[in-house]
Design a protein around this ligand. Structure first.
Ligand code: DAH
Length: 339
C-alpha cells in the first residue's frame, strides 16, 4: 500500500490544469468522496495494526500534498486571469443598476414628511380588521351601505373579519390606547370590492391624519390643510372646502385644490372647473371620541384622509390606476430621478 501511495504522490506532484474545468476534474479524481484518496482511506481500515502508524503517516502526507497542489494550481490561473492583457483598465466602472422607489412610496413619504414637519408621527394598524375598528367605532350606522358585501371584503363569510376599507380604522386603534394629545399620520393599504378598471382598483392606498387635544378647532384643520397643499403642490396652490358628510366627522368637508395642471384656468383634467378634489376631512365626531374612551367635553380633534393614488396622479399624471400594481419596469423607471 505504501508503494501505491508513493506512486500517487509522484503523480500528484506533476499535475497540471489549463483551466477551471480541468482543475475541478482533478479535484474530483483525487479528493472527492469516491476519489483515489478516499479509496485508499477505505483500504486503510483493513491494514494490520502494526503497520497502521506508518501507512497512516504516508496517507496523510499524500492528502496534504494533493490539497496543496490543487490550491497551487488554482492560485496559478487566478493570477493569470487578473494579469490578463485583455482587461481594459480604462473602462468605466461596471454599471450598477439601482432600483427605484415606487411612485406611490415616493408620494407617501412626501405626505408623511410634510405632516412630520407639523409634529405628526406615523402610526400603523392591521389590514385585516374587525367591524368595530373599521365601522362601528367610527359611527357607521348598522345599515350603512359601506358595510355591504358589495364594498367590503369579508373573510370566510364572517362579518367580523374583514379587510379594512379605509385607514380611519387606525384612528380608533390609537385613540383606544393613547391619551391625548394625539397627532398621528397613518399611511397604509386598503381594500374595496370594486371591479378593476383604469379608475378603480380592489386595493389602493390612503393616508389618514388625526389630531386630538384640548381646543382643537376647524381653523386648525384649515391651516394644516393649506400648509399641506402648498408644500405638496406649489406655494401658489389655493384650497377650497365644500361641506360633505362622513359618519365619523361633524362637520365634514371635502377639500379641492386649484388644478395644478392648468393652474386653475380649466382643463380636461379638472373638467374645466379649475378645481380638483383631493381629500375628505372634518372635526372628529364626539361619538367617536367617546367610543374610544376620550372625554368629548374636554377634548376635540380633526381628521382627514386622502388617497395616495389620487395625489400621485395629480403630481405625475398617471392616467391608469392599474399601472401602479403591474410592476412594469418601463413605467417604474420613469421615477428614477425623483427623490
Ligand atoms: N375614510 C374616508 C374614506 O375612506 C376618508 C376620510 C374622510 C378620512 C374624512 C377622514 C375624514 O379622516 O375626516 O373615504
Amino acid at each position: 500500500m505504501i508503494n501505491k501511495i508513493n506512486a500517487l504522490l509522484k503523480e500528484v506532484e506533476n499535475l497540471k490544469a489549463a483551466n477551471a474545468e480541468e482543475l475541478e476534474a482533478l479535484r474530483i479524481k483525487y479528493l472527492s468522496k469516491k476519489g483515489e484518496i478516499s479509496l485508499l482511506m477505505n483500504d486503510f481500515r483493513n491494514i494490520a495494526a502494526d503497520q497502521k502508524r506508518e501507512v497512516g503517516q504516508h496517507l496523510n502526507k499524500l492528502k496534504e500534498a494533493t490539497q496543496n497542489k490543487i490550491n497551487e494550481l488554482k492560485a496559478n490561473f487566478e493570477n493569470v486571469q487578473t494579469a490578463d492583457d485583455d482587461i481594459d483598465l480604462t473602462r468605466t466602472a461596471y454599471p450598477i443598476e439601482l432600483g427605484t422607489r415606487h411612485p406611490l412610496s415616493l408620494v407617501k413619504k412626501e405626505i408623511c414628511d410634510i405632516f412630520g414637519r407639523l409634529g405628526f408621527s406615523i402610526a400603523e394598524g392591521p389590514e385585516i380588521e374587525d367591524d368595530w375598528h373599521v365601522f362601528s367605532s367610527l359611527n357607521f350606522a348598522e345599515d350603512h351601505p359601506a358595510r355591504d358585501m358589495q364594498d367590503t371584503f369579508f373573510i370566510q363569510h364572517n362579518p367580523d373579519v374583514l379587510l379594512r376599507t379605509h385607514t380611519s380604522s387606525v384612528q380608533t386603534r390609537v385613540m383606544e390606547n393613547q391619551e391625548p394629545p394625539i397627532r398621528i399620520i397613518c399611511p397604509g393599504r386598503v381594500y374595496r370590492n370594486e371591479a378593476i378598471s383604469y379608475r378603480a382598483h380592489c386595493f389602493f392606498h390612503q393616508v389618514e391624519a388625526l389630531y386630538v387635544d384640548k381646543n382643537v378647532s376647524f381653523a386648525d384643520l384649515k391651516q394644516a390643510l393649506l400648509f399641506f397643499a402648498k408644500e405638496m403642490f406649489s406655494a401658489d396652490t389655493k384650497i377650497r372646502l365644500r361641506p360633505s358628510y362622513f359618519p365619523f366627522t361633524e362637520p365634514s368637508a371635502e377639500m379641492d385644490i386649484s388644478c395644478n395642471i392648468c393652474g386653475g384656468k380649466g382643463c380636461p383634467f379638472c373638467k374645466g372647473t379649475g378645481w380638483v378634489e383631493i381629500l375628505g376631512c372634518g372635526m372628529v365626531d364626539p361619538n367617536v371620541l367617546e367610543n374610544c374612551g376620550i372625554d368629548s367635553k374636554v377634548y376635540s380633534g380633526y381628521a382627514l384622509g386622502m388617497g395616495i393614488e389620487r395625489i400621485t396622479n395629480l403630481k405625475y399624471q398617471v392616467k391608469d390606476l392599474r399601472m401602479f400594481s403591474e410592476n412594469d419596469v418601463r413605467f417604474l423607471r420613469q421615477f428614477e430621478s425623483a427623490n
